[in-house]
Design a protein around this ligand. Structure first.
Ligand code: PLP
Length: 400
């Protein structure tokens, strides 16, 4: 009898974590490594949020809470959805979990039976397919193209839906491409979804506050009210408030679904950290003034990285609307050789050889389900990004 369960055998470890680990190992060996693989803001958690956590400890808020979030945090989340998204939820429609990732997993665990399909546009965040598989569902991928801004078209969505489709995952702005859907694009997808009442929508809005160049963020339950009753609008404090380590994610959705997700969490992780919940109330209710300031910094970095990558021989880098990722194509470099004679036969070889030759860690597109591309996270200091892009330019120029 194998030690590993059948359900765990269906999944693979997160490839982005593996690449970051490899880069850290090379770093420990004394190599000069620039890691552009990790998906977390380099800013610190704001002081008012830290103070709220310290106060929570002093006030003794150190005990179990309701499994899916405190009433106070749920109120703050309802206020956030009303204020920023024009969405009305009651506290009984809110689920809080230890991070955005468990929110999604709880939704899948609560709803997927063997054979149920989850439509996932590719490239996708690495965890969606594996979480669907772990929960017993079947991922169905819809490939997008650079030319369409990596966005799923209504026609492609229609073709992917079957009577077994339970969920559509919509992540905007996207990890790994940074592309974001306009309100009109969401409405066009909504027209398709209206014809298929069995499909629920998981709107992963975790990068909501990171949009640039005047782009207006929209979420599908807001712009297609007919879908409100079958949309789970998911978000979290990790990316917007630089709180990745605090582990708080949340979602608003139909009461019946939220109840099932509460049942799932009550017998697994139970409540998210009480102190992190108190800190998240302050993040949501306190000043939001630093959000546009931080977004400006990210926007300048995006522009720098896009411009420098487009000057690298053989790379093609679209300008994304949001998040802190770019997803350049390396298709013109496939088939070329490194000075040592190694053939670049895939985006994975490109990433490995780049790490070996220039010490820059990026994640190959195959990890996100669309090749030949790679992902760069630009959530790092401007000088470091300049250095990294100069190295990438040098590496690309060395291929023949
Ligand atoms: C698209 C997307 N959704 C959700 C998450 C989960 O965030 P967390 O679990 O850190 O709150 C991430 C984190 O990388 C992400 O990129």
């Amino acid at each position: 009898m194998p030690l590993e369960s059948a359900s765990l055998q269906r999944i693979k470890p997160s490839p982005t974590i593996a690449i970051s680990a490899k880069a850290r190992a090379l770093s420990r060996e004394g190599r000069d490594i620039i890691g552009l693989a990790a998906g977390e803001p380099d800013f610190d958690t704001p002081d008012n949020v830290k103070e709220a956590a310290i106060k929570a400890i002093r006030d003794g808020k150190t005990k179990y809470t309701d499994p899916d979030g405190t009433p106070e945090l749920k109120e703050a989340i309802c206020a956030k959805f009303a204020r920023e998204n024009g969405l009305t939820y009651k506290p009984s429609q809110i689920h809080v979990a230890p991070g955005g990732k468990p929110v999604i997993y709880n939704a899948f665990l609560a709803t997927l039976s063997p054979g149920d399909e989850v439509v996932i546009p590719a490239p996708y965040w690495v965890s969606y397919p594996d979480m669907a598989l772990l929960a017993g569902g079947q991922p169905v991928f819809v490939e997008t193209t650079l030319e369409q801004g990596f966005k799923v078209t209504p026609r492609a969505l229609e073709a992917a839906i079957t009577p077994r489709t339970k969920w559509l995952v919509l992540n905007s702005p996207s990890n790994p491409t940074g592309s974001a859907y306009t309100a009109d694009e969401l409405k066009a997808l909504g027209e398709v979804l209206k014809r298929h009442p069995q499909v629920m929508v998981l709107a992963d809005d975790i990068y909501e506050h990171l949009v640039y160049g005047g782009f207006r963020f929209s979420t599908i339950a807001q712009v297609v009210p007919e879908l409100y009753d079958r949309t789970l609008t998911m978000n979290g404090v990790s990316k917007a408030y630089a709180m990745t380590g605090w582990r708080i994610g949340y979602a608003g959705g139909p009461e019946a679904l939220i109840k099932l997700m509460g049942k799932a969490i009550s017998q697994t992780t139970s409540n998210p950290c009480s102190i992190s919940q108190a800190a998240s109330i302050e993040a949501l209710n306190g000043t939001q003034a630093y959000l546009p300031e931080r977004a400006k910094v990210f926007e300048a970095r995006r522009d720098l990285v896009v411009s420098m990558l487009n000057q690298a021989a053989g790379l093609e880098c679209p300008t994304p609307e949001g998040a802190f990722y770019v997803y350049p194509s390396c298709r013109k470099l496939i088939g070329k050789k490194t000075p040592a004679g190694k053939v670049i036969d895939s985006d994975e070889t490109f990433a490995v050889e780049l790490l070996e030759a220039e010490g820059v860690a990026v994640v190959h597109g195959a990890a996100f389900g669309l090749s030949p591309f790679f992902r760069i996270s630009y959530a790092t200091a401007t000088e470091v990004l300049e250095d990294a892009c100069t190295r990438i330019q040098r590496f690309c120029a060395s291929l023949a």
